[in-house]
Design a protein around this ligand. Structure first.
Ligand code: C5P
Length: 220
């Protein structure tokens, strides 16, 4: 790690799932625990960064004076908070598992069961990483995550280009102990120009160290 690289840097991180409401008691969500994003936030703060953590609903807590946590629930709330923070940030790390779709309609009262089948109409959520990639200025570094089940490297490389990110952290569901619900993770980091770093299975706190070291060594 480059000494003092993170000192005085302002960093926005997203973490956890998003919940997309169907009615007052139901939502569409996913299994993300937020552990990876929270671990990165803690490592960055330990290294002197000013961290702004935009968190979906998780069971984790942060008690670090240099981490400000913004609790959000839906993708649209996460998007709004990130748009507000990103212009004054040096680095953005998008580790949240954002729902791609939300129910088109929110029911004010609990939906009753009637017919044997029911259809939920869904609409696309804003892509926060893509929006940030488009806003990015030359001095800003944007890091995305990808969770793939097939053609992992190729899909992650396409994501890097499509979303104008500087790096993509790839975790594969094919690797035992990696990704959702685990406290360990196995990642590869993909940079533009086809540079790929591969890492062994590690505790998420150690994976966080690898990620922030890689950023500090490759983006001056
Ligand atoms: O396209 P895909 O969802 O696989 O991309 C994953 C990356 O994009 C992650 O970094 C995730 O946080 C981000 N993302 C986002 N907003 C979305 C969907 C994904 O920021 N609506």
């Amino acid at each position: 790690m480059l000494p003092d690289y993170y000192k005085c840097k302002k960093i926005v991180i997203t973490a956890g799932p998003t919940y997309e409401k169907i009615d007052p008691v139901r939502f569409i969500g996913n299994y993300s625990t937020g552990k990876m994003g929270y671990a990165i936030a803690e490592e960055l703060a330990e290294n002197g960064a000013e961290v702004h953590l935009v968190s979906g609903p998780v069971k984790l807590e942060i008690n670090h004076p240099d981490i400000k946590v913004y609790h959000v629930e839906s993708a649209r709330e996460m998007y709004a908070q990130c748009m507000d923070l990103f212009p004054t940030c040096d680095i953005a790390i998008m580790a949240a598992a954002v729902a791609d779709y939300r129910p088109e309609e929110y029911h004010e009262t609990k939906v009753k069961k009637n017919a044997d089948h029911m259809t939920l109409q869904l609409v696309r959520n804003p892509d926060i990483l893509e929006a940030i990639g488009q806003m990015k200025k030359a001095h800003q570094v944007v890091v995305g995550f990808a969770l793939e089940t097939d053609n992992e490297i190729e899909n992650a490389q396409q994501k890097l280009l499509k979303k104008n990110a500087d790096a993509i952290v790839l975790n594969s569901l094919n690797d035992k102990g990696a990704g959702f619900k685990h406290s360990t993770n196995k990642i590869s980091i993909i940079l533009k120009k086809g540079i790929i770093f591969e890492y062994p299975l590690k505790d998420k706190q150690d994976v966080a160290k690898d990620i922030i070291t890689c950023i500090s060594q490759n983006f001056k």
